[in-house]
Design a protein around this ligand. Structure first.
Ligand code: AMP
Length: 287
C-alpha cells in the first residue's frame, strides 16, 4: 500500500492509475478502523483496480470540541488492517492539505432540510462539515465510485443528494451495517465504552429488532414511543428514536406510506453517543 500525505503527490499517482485504465474506488474514513470499515474496502476492492482509502479526522464536522479531542487515533493498527484488505493507496492528509488557506471549500447546494432533522437536529453544523469534507476529498481523489456505510444513513442520503445536485459522475455504493456478535453496530466510539456500558449497549439493536417484529401490530408512532421507553435503561439517554421514510427521512403515519422504511436512533451511554438504524422495509434497494 502506498501512503500519501500531500494532495499533489496523490494526484500524480492517481493520474498514472487512470492512464493504466484502472478504475478507482474511494473509501473515506476517520480512522480507528474496525471490521465495518474493512467491509467497505473489501467491497471496493471487488469492484475496482485501485482502492483509495483516506484517514482524516475532519474538524469541521465535530460540533463538540471534546468529542474531536477524544476521537480515537490508532494509525499504526489502521495501516496494518488496510494492508490486510489489500487497499492500494492510503491518503492521510494534514488539515492544511484538505483546507489550504485561501481555498474556498464552502458548499452550496439545496439540502432540502435533510441537514436539520434527526442527527442534524442534535448536531448542528455536523452535516455541513461532513459534506464539505466529502466534496473536497472527491475533488482531490476523483474516484469512479464512493463507498459509504448504512451505519451513517443520513450521511449517505445527504451525499447522494449532493452528488445528484452537483451532477458528479460518481457511483455511490451503500454498504450494510457490520455488527459485533451481540448485535452492537461497530463504531470507532465503542472502544471508549466502559465495560458495563459495553455490556448493556446491544440493547439498542434489540429494540430496533423488536420494532421490526411488531410492525404488523402497531403504527410507527406507537412503536417510537415504546422504543424510547424501552431505551430508558440505567446510564442510557436516548436522544431520538424515529421511524421515517428512508428517501427523505420524514416521519410516516403508517407503514403503508412508504416502501422504504427505516428506524433510526441516537442514544447516549454515559458520555458516549451511539447511533444505529435498521431498515424495516425496502422493496427495491433505494439507490
Ligand atoms: P467513519 O470513520 O466513522 O467516518 O466511517 C467511515 C465509513 O465507514 C462511513 O461510510 C461509515 O458509514 C462506515 N461505517 C462505520 N461503521 C460501520 C459499520 N459498523 N458497518 C458498516 N459501515 C460502517
Amino acid at each position: 500500500m502506498l501512503l500519501f500525505k500531500k494532495v499533489a503527490d496523490l494526484q500524480d499517482y492517481l493520474q498514472s492509475v487512470r492512464k493504466k485504465g484502472q478504475s478507482i474506488g474511494f473509501v473515506p474514513t476517520m480512522g480507528a478502523l474496525h471490521e465495518g470499515h474493512l467491509s467497505l474496502f473489501r467491497r471496493a476492492k471487488s469492484q475496482h483496480g485501485c482502492v483509495v482509502g483516506s484517514i482524516f479526522v475532519n474538524p469541521t464536522q465535530f460540533n463538540d470540541a471534546r468529542d474531536l479531542e477524544k476521537y480515537p487515533r490508532t494509525t499504526e493498527q489502521d495501516i496494518l488492517m488496510l494492508n490486510g484488505v489489500k487497499c492500494d493507496v492510503l491518503f492521510m492528509p494534514p488539515a492544511n492539505e484538505v483546507y489550504p488557506p485561501g481555498l474556498d471549500t464552502t458548499l452550496r447546494f439545496d439540502w432540502g432540510g435533510l441537514d436539520r432533522i434527526l442527527e442534524g437536529e442534535f448536531r448542528p453544523g455536523h452535516f455541513e462539515g461532513m459534506a464539505q469534507v466529502v466534496k473536497r476529498l472527491l475533488d482531490i481523489v476523483r474516484p469512479n465510485a464512493l463507498y459509504l456505510g448504512q451505519k451513517d444513513l443520513q450521511q449517505f442520503i445527504i451525499v447522494r443528494r449532493m452528488i445528484g445536485q452537483l451532477g458528479l459522475d460518481i457511483d455511490l455504493v451503500r454498504c450494510p451495517i457490520v455488527r459485533e456478535t451481540d448485535g452492537l453496530a461497530m463504531s470507532s466510539r465503542n472502544r471508549r465504552l466502559p465495560a458495563a456500558h459495553r455490556a448493556a449497549a446491544p440493547k439498542i439493536y434489540d429494540v430496533l429488532r423488536a420494532c421490526h417484529r411488531q410492525m404488523d401490530r402497531h403504527c410507527p408512532e406507537e412503536l417510537e414511543a415504546w422504543a424510547l421507553a424501552e431505551l430508558q435503561q440505567p446510564d442510557f439517554r436516548p436522544e431520538y428514536f424515529r421511524i421515517v421514510d428512508g428517501y427523505r427521512l420524514q416521519p410516516i403515519k403508517s407503514f403503508a406510506d412508504s416502501d422504504f422504511v427505516v428506524s433510526c436512533t441516537a442514544v447516549w451511554l454515559g458520555d458516549i453517543r451511539l447511533i444505529d438504524n435498521l431498515i424495516l422495509r425496502e422493496k427495491v434497494k433505494a439507490h
